[in-house]
Design a protein around this ligand. Structure first.
Ligand code: ZN
Length: 559
């Protein structure tokens, strides 16, 4: 009887208890968030503006200002007491309101990744900077003569003498031997920091704080591997025949140096395709503006705030930035009227419309893309159009004959480009995962196992050098490379969904998106407006009815 009474009583009591406590916790959290946003919002705006000024002026003092402001923000997120508060909130399980819970998740991860002990963090940052410096000043040698990266690339693109190609390739790998020991030290320091925060290693920690996990990525990458295996073998066999013929060697004799870049991550130029000619007497800025206006996502205000043309001292690349999360979105470009800059402009404006058309009513902390790879996906979705024959025909007023010509060569080239990148990205993802899991293993042979497995490129006989260490991303952008591939997959998934479910077409052949307001409307409502209100996984499912899958990437480019 007594036991029964207790059983009955306890839930009743706890029901009462939990009945009021959550509201308390939620109120406490709300208060914290209000104070946090008040503090961080002006800091972020100031930093973004400083970054913008530095990119335009190129002045050292402007870059110094950016570093100082970035450090100030980092200090906010490294506060241990505030982190403890957020952890307590999370562990309490009493934050029921979904918008509050989402903000808590985002804040918790931002604090967590900045909880590395200051001494250890300093060692990590210093060693990283040191390696990057060695990278940028190192010059490989050919027959004792120093060569630049551009000279190496030029040889790999044009030389037909295999021995000379081999020397250039070997020169490109010399930096690996110079930095490998330091990279392994850096990996161990990063692991040490991650272990102190309760993670297996730094790779696991990076994925977790970025709301991803190894099981999920393994599943996606394994599926992509399976789906691309056969088609890649076939495409690569064709490619190998062409490359072998060019150098007068048998296919069996092809070595890593017969591909056109040091890692076989780019498409060897075996197909004649010059798209620049179609853009040279056009104005890419006007084309970009009119295309985006046509799909109902006008970019005039973005372009008005932007810096679009080359200037002395200015950052020579391109990016998009959301200055204040209140509509001041800008892009930086160095436009020329050619295909590369048409792609870049469409790409950066893709990032820009994601930021521009988000929900202005959403809480400040959630007024951002769901993930770095989701905004990359939208940028890729639009960037791909610059070489889409149907888009070119409509935007550039090409004849049907010209369009067909572009399509014939272009589709082969694009297919090769996408699949080569996919197989290369698998090497990076798998190797990096294993590098952090066990940095003491034989990394030199692990690297070649990956290259042989995914890229079908043979290890040179008896080669035992840290060729993996010649890739700067392990130092400069750790545990990030897989996101490029996730972006490509999502771009294709969005494309598939829009073509078949929004535009309700029978096929994606000849789809240009020109004037398709429904496509812009779908993206604005289902992707941009969702901001970071949902985990990326949920956002994708809500938008397309499916979880992220490599299926549509394979549909679009491989089969
Ligand atoms: Zn981008």
């Amino acid at each position: 009887m007594k036991t029964l009474l207790n059983l009955v009583m306890i839930p009743a009591v706890s029901l009462l208890f939990f009945g009021c406590a959550p509201k308390e916790k939620e109120k406490e959290l709300e208060k914290f968030i209000t104070a946090h946003v008040q503090k961080i919002k002006p800091m972020e705006k100031e930093t973004n503006l400083a970054w913008w000024d530095a990119a335009i002026s190129g002045k050292a003092e402007d870059y110094d200002k950016v570093s100082k402001l970035t450090l100030k923000i980092r200090r906010v997120y490294s506060d241990t007491e505030e982190f403890a508060f957020l952890k307590e909130m999370k562990d309490s399980g009493q934050i029921k309101n979904s918008i509050l819970a989402r903000q808590l998740e985002v804040l918790y991860n931002a604090y967590l990744r900045n909880q590395i002990e200051p001494d250890l963090l300093k060692q990590i940052v210093d060693l990283g900077t040191e390696i990057e410096k060695n990278f940028s000043t190192f010059r490989g040698t050919i027959e004792g003569k120093k060569v630049t990266d551009n000279e190496i690339k030029e040889i790999l693109k044009t030389e037909t003498d295999s021995a000379k190609r081999e020397q250039a390739w070997l020169a490109s790998k010399q930096v690996g031997a110079a930095v490998a020991d330091d990279i392994i030290r850096l990996v161990k320091l990063r692991n040490q920091a991650a272990k102190k925060l309760g993670f297996d290693n730094y790779h696991t920690m990076s994925l977790t704080t970025g709301e991803q996990n190894v099981e999920q990525l393994d599943r996606i990458f394994n599926e992509l591997y399976e789906l691309t295996n056969e088609p890649f073998a076939k495409l690569k066999a064709d490619l190998d025949r062409m490359l072998a013929a060019k150098c007068g060697v048998a296919v069996m004799e092809l070595m890593p140096w017969h591909y056109h870049d040091p890692f076989f991550q780019e498409t060897p130029m075996v197909y004649e395709l010059d798209l620049d000619a179609y853009y040279q007497d056009k104005d890419v800025k006007e084309l970009g503006a009119s295309f985006y206006a046509g799909i109902g996502l006008p970019v005039e205000t973005v372009l008005a705030n932007s810096d679009l043309y080359e200037r002395e001292g200015k950052n020579p690349h391109a990016f998009s930035t959301d200055i204040d999360k209140e509509g001041d979105v800008r892009i930086l470009c160095n436009l020329k009227n050619n295909e590369t800059w048409m792609e870049t402009l469409l790409h950066e404006l893709g990032h820009a419309v994601y930021d521009k058309y988000k929900d202005p009513q959403a809480p400040y902390l959630l007024r951002e893309p769901a993930h770095a790879f989701t905004t990359e996906a939208v940028a890729m979705f639009f960037g791909r159009l610059s070489r889409n024959p149907a888009w070119m025909k409509q935007m550039l007023g090409l004849s049907d004959e010209l369009r067909e010509g572009i399509e014939e060569v272009g589709s082969k080239y694009i297919q090769l480009k996408q699949i080569i990148f996919a197989r290369w990205d698998m090497v990076m993802y798998d190797f990096e995962k294993q590098l952090y899991a066990n940095p003491d293993q034989d990394l030199n042979s692990l690297w070649w196992q990956m290259v042989e497995k995914y890229q079908f490129v043979k290890k040179p006989p008896s080669r035992n050098e840290p060729d993996w260490a010649a890739k700067i991303h392990f130092t400069a952008a750790p545990c990030y490379y897989h996101n490029y591939m996730l972006g490509e997959m999502l771009a294709s998934q969005l494309h598939h969904h829009i073509v078949y479910n929004i535009l309700k077409l029978q096929s994606d052949k000849n789809v240009s998106y020109v004037g398709q307001g429904k496509a812009g409307d779908f993206l604005a409502k289902k992707v941009f407006k969702a901001g970071n209100l949902y985990h990326w996984d949920q956002m994708i499912e809500r938008a397309t009815g499916e979880k992220l899958t490599p299926k549509y990437f394979v549909n679009q480019f491989v089969e």
